[in-house]
Ligand binder design. Sequence first.
Ligand SMILES: C[S@@+](CC[C@H](N)C(=O)[O-])C[C@H]1O[C@@H](n2cnc3c(N)ncnc32)[C@H](O)[C@@H]1O
Length: 214
Amino acid sequence: MFDRIAGVYDLMNGVMTAGLHHRWRSRAADLAGASPSKAVLDVATGTGDLAIEMASRGAEVVGMDFAPEMLANARRKAPRIRFEQGDAQALAYEDASFDAATVGFGARNFGDLRLGLAEMARVVKPGGRVVVLEITTPTKPPLSTFFSLWFDRLVPALGRVAGDSDAYTYLPASVKRFPDAPALAALLHELGLRDVGWVLTAGGIIALHHGTKP
Ligand SMILES: C[S@@+](CC[C@H](N)C(=O)[O-])C[C@H]1O[C@@H](n2cnc3c(N)ncnc32)[C@H](O)[C@@H]1O
C-alpha cells in the first residue's frame, strides 16, 4: 500500500495537515536530541521528512523502511542520508548502536506494535531516547467532532481524488485502533523505558511520546 501511494504521499501530508507536519517533526527532532555527533535511527522513515529534519541539525541519521518506493523518494530528496530497507519488527542493527530512535506516523502501521517499539528500545544506547510521533484521537469536543469530520469524511475523499481511496480509508481506521496516549506511555514503560512522557499538540490530534533507556 505504501509503495502505491509513494508518489502522492508528500503532497497529501501537506494538504491534510496544512503544512503543519513539518512543525511536528521539528518537535520530534527536539525530543530525540538530534544534534551534531548524535547517531539517530528513523524507523519507518517513508519519504524521509523526519530523517531530513534531524540531519539538518547535524545528526548522523539512518532512515529505514520496508517500502522500496517510499525509500526511492527519500533518497531522491536527500541523497546524502543513509536510507536502508528493512523490517521495523526485526531491525538489522546491533543493540545499543544509536543515541536515539524515532518513528513518525509509522508505529500505528506496525503489525506488532510491542515488537516494533521493543526493537527501537533495543538499538538505543543506555541514556538514549525513543520518540514516537503519532496521530491520536482527541476525546473532547469541539475538536473530537471536527476530527471525526476531517478524518472519517475529508481524508477518504482526498484519497479518492489522489487515486487511492483504500489507503486513505485505512488511515483513520489505523488511528482508531492505535492505543490512546496514556496506554502508549504505559507500553513504553513496560518495555523498560523510563522518564516516559508525552506532549499533545495541534489541539490534541498529535501526540509525541518519549522515553529514555536506563
Ligand atoms: C504513514 S508512513 C510514515 C512515513 C514517515 N515516517 C513520515 O513521517 O511521513 C508509514 C511508513 O511506515 C512504513 N512501515 C510500516 N510498517 C513497517 C515495518 N514493519 N517496517 C518498516 N517500515 C514499515 C511504511 O512503509 C511507510 O513508509
